[in-house]
Design a protein around this ligand. Structure first.
Ligand SMILES: Nc1ncnc2c1ncn2[C@@H]1O[C@H](COP(=O)(O)OP(=O)(O)OP(=O)(O)O)[C@@H](O)[C@H]1O
Length: 238
């Protein structure tokens, strides 16, 4: 069964057509990758799905419900949670407090939400930083914190926007393992990524966007051999 259906999504900013008629169905528990050159519309697509932006036309159907035009807050509360390319934790709050704020949306009791937050923090491998100020975390730690804040909302589907950006290769491998674990636990994942090794390792299907539209969609091994994808994005050296 599909957990998410995007039906003819378009978004214009004045005369600029950032999204053009994107139609995709994501089955439950899929790991779905999105690639494309800068400006292809990947982040705009996430913003329209997650309710940060309203589409100019088209529909977003999540878990059988038309969520088009819902606020980001309401969408997240329903279980569609998105992380951001630029992380924005509360730097002068501890890791536990940062995650507890998200967890509190699921559990009314403060004690329960803190217990749940601590569990999520352990799951992402940040226990040693539990009571440290978030602003002191290294980049890889901030990525884990961003994942913890998203997981605290107990998402059915997670939209990850360049979660590996800014990490050196040795830092990427454990985050890739973590993403795999999250997916294995039953979360559907859509991710936008430029690190092709991760895209190939994780994606079950891969959408290539170009100038706001779908260039192609298929299994990664086929997609990366498509001459149009090589020309628009990957280059000959891939
Ligand atoms: N709020 C906005 N107002 C006006 N134009 C915008 C806005 N957001 C995005 N755009 C434009 O829409 C197009 C798509 O941008 P978007 O950020 O979605 O691309 P992207 O594929 O995520 O790129 P990148 O890989 O660089 O993150 C770009 O031309 C961008 O300049």
């Amino acid at each position: 069964m599909s957990i998410l259906k995007l039906e003819g999504l378009s978004k214009s900013f004045g005369g600029l057509r950032a999204l053009r008629d994107v139609t995709v169905e994501i089955p439950e528990r899929e790991f779905f990758g999105i690639i494309g050159p800068n400006g292809a519309g990947k982040t705009t697509l996430f913003s329209v799905i997650a309710g940060q932006l309203g589409p100019t036309s088209g529909r977003v159907v999540f878990d059988g419900q038309d969520i088009t035009g819902w606020s980001a807050d309401k969408v997240a509360g329903a279980g569609l949670v998105r992380t951001f390319q630029l992380m924005r934790p509360f730097e002068s709050m501890t890791v536990l407090d940062n995650v507890s704020i998200a967890s509190h949306r699921r559990f009314r009791s403060t004690a329960k939400s803190r217990d749940h937050a601590a569990e999520v923090i352990e799951r992402v491998g940040l226990s040693q930083y539990l009571n440290k100020m978030s602003g002191t975390l290294p980049t890889a730690g901030l990525k884990r914190l961003e994942l913890a804040r998203a997981l605290a909302l107990e998402p059915k589907i997670l939209l990850l926007d360049e979660v590996l950006a800014g990490l050196v290769p040795t830092e990427r491998a454990p985050i890739i393992d973590l993403l795999r674990d999250i997916h294995r636990d039953g979360v559907t994942v859509m991710f936008v990524e430029h690190i092709m090794a991760a895209v190939m390792a994780l994606s079950e299907r891969l959408l290539v966007m170009h100038e706001g539209a779908e260039l192609t969609l298929g299994v990664p091994e086929d997609v990366v051999q498509d001459p149009r994808v090589v020309e628009a994005y990957l280059g000959e050296d891939f």
